[in-house]
Design a protein around this ligand. Structure first.
Ligand SMILES: [Zn+2]
Length: 512
């Protein structure tokens, strides 16, 4: 008696076929479960410890952080993806010092009627931006009052211009960020804030201009860089051009934004400096080889920035710990690297675990990685980037860029399959912040790599010493990282690589 496909025999056959799969998915579930609140807490407390001194780029604290991450990558068994067989990839920087006595801001009436020259020694405070010692001359657009995105002219009209911002000093902290973001995304030549600050107070700040600054070395393409931002006083302008007062007064009084084209005027900013020497800063790169002989030549990058803004001298607690920004994302990369390195948890595609630096200075590390990748960028099929994922909502995560590629629907189906994680991805809730352009995934997207950017958004401790580990939702972050782990599993094992939606890449590349 044999040959009959009895129910028992069918069951036995099915079991034989499905057993390896079940065992494998059990292994993968076990790997996911290594991402715990306790681990997240332990590692954030290392990275955001006072001993890391705020992880400025470059700094000994940043190097210590990079060493810690490299040692973790090594313990997971990742292959080094950095320089000369190590985990660190170092990029060149230049230390510069401003020469205030040779630097100035000049406003010129093009028809030759005259000009106003404001020297850095007494009348200019340089807030932001890189300079290279050559004068920048451009047309200008006068803007008054609080910046309002809906009232700005099109980016194409702002591009290459100086925004001359007539502003009440009290409004600078409130609206400065919005102004800089607008300037950055529109590609302006710079921002000249003309404030009603007391001239002697500004003169005191002007003295700080001679402090040593760091900028990118080598011939790196500009990407995500912050524009040049200087402040001068209305009093100093009026002293040389009394009729300017008639323009400044209504602008100071207006609660609404006012934009005045000034076709007859142009501005020149000359920030002369001297090069003191060279420096470098690290990225950390670890690679986990894929299990499929063909698909392993494709790569998924998991990224976050490990740098922060260093120390704010003069505050009682002066160390900016950057627990959420971006200790949370950095730990995310570590947790994911650990989980994917567990038995049978590697995917068919290879995975690159990347922590970059210089993000806070203008996406420096990711720009360098994208132009000096350890594998051809054409073989990188996705970047999953994490920046500030430890605060705010316990059960929701903003996923920027999900509408641009097939990664969005993949994330949605993974979310449905893992409802028990209780984590719902939503689209960009803050379009006016233009977050798509403000973290490291942007350097992948502009190079053609589909991205997802996970963030739980800003909070009052953003860029303050109070961004400390005790405020992180460790349990929530662990659940979110498990969702990202399963998304990595889905993308890493799918037959087809992620694709841009029609027109989306062009939209991303033209947006700046
Ligand atoms: Zn950040």
């Amino acid at each position: 008696m044999s040959g009959g496909f009895t129910a028992a025999r069918i069951a036995a056959l099915l079991w034989a076929v499905s057993a390896p799969l079940a065992a494998q998915s059990k292994d993968v579930s076990k790997a996911a479960a290594t991402i715990t609140a306790k681990d997240v807490a332990r590692r954030i407390n290392v990275i955001a410890d006072d001993s890391m001194r705020g992880r400025d780029t470059p700094s000994p604290g940043l190097d210590m952080t990079a060493q810690y991450i490299a040692s973790q990558f090594k313990s997971f068994g990742l292959r080094p993806g950095g320089d000369s067989g190590g985990y660190l990839q170092r990029y060149p920087l230049v230390r510069r010092q401003l020469l205030a006595e040779r630097s100035f801001v000049e406003l010129t009436e093009v028809s030759g009627q005259g000009s106003i020259v404001l020297p850095y020694t007494t009348s200019v405070r340089q807030w932001l931006g890189e300079t290279n010692g050559t004068p920048v001359t451009a047309g200008l657009l006068l803007v008054g009052g609080r910046p309002d995105p809906s009232k700005f002219p099109a980016d194409s009209l702002l591009k290459g211009k100086f925004l001359v911002w007539v502003v009440d000093t009290a409004d600078i902290p409130k609206f400065g960020n919005a102004m800089v973001i607008k300037g950055m995304t529109a590609g302006v030549a710079g921002i000249i804030a003309i404030s009603n600050r007391d001239a002697t107070e500004l003169a005191k700040d002007a003295a700080q201009a001679s402090r040593v600054r760091v900028s990118r070395g080598g011939a790196e393409p500009p990407a995500g860089g912050v524009p040049l931002v200087v402040e001068v006083t209305q009093a100093a302008v009026v002293a040389q051009l009394p009729q300017a007062l008639d323009m400044f007064n209504p602008m100071n009084a207006s609660p609404e934004m006012i934009v005045v084209p000034m076709p007859d005027w142009e501005a020149t900013v000359m920030a002369a400096d001297t090069v003191l020497g060279n420096a470098t800063a690290p990225n950390v790169v670890g690679i986990l080889e894929g299990t499929d002989p063909v698909l392993k030549h494709e790569y998924i990058v998991f990224s976050a920035h490990m740098d922060h803004i260093g120390i704010s001298a003069g505050k009682p607690d002066s160390i900016n710990n950057g627990a959420d920004d971006d200790g949370s994302g950095t730990v995310g990369v570590l947790e994911l690297a650990e989980a994917f390195s567990k038995k049978k948890a590697a995917t068919k595609r290879s995975l690159i675990f990347l922590t970059v630096s210089g993000e806070e200075k203008g996406l420096w590390g990711s720009a360098y990685f994208a132009s000096h990748p350890p594998v051809a960028l054409a073989n990188v099929v996705a970047d999953l980037n994490m920046d500030m994922i430890g605060r705010n909502w316990p059960d929701t995560i903003a996923v920027i860029g999900r509408e641009y590629s097939s990664l969005g629907p993949t994330l949605d189906s993974v979310t449905t399959d893992h409802k028990s994680l209780n984590m719902t991805p939503i689209g960009d809730p803050w379009p006016e912040e233009r977050i798509f352009f403000r973290s490291d995934h942007y350097n992948f997207a502009r190079a053609g790599v589909p991205i997802l950017f996970f963030t739980s958004g800003l909070h009052p401790d953003y860029h303050e010493p109070s961004d400390s580990p005790d405020k992180i939702g460790y349990e929530k972050e662990a659940r979110l990282l498990q969702l990202i782990f399963w998304t990595g599993q889905a993308v890493g094992n799918a037959a087809a690589k992620p694709t841009w939606n029609p027109g989306a890449l062009e939209q991303v590349q033209q947006a700046r």
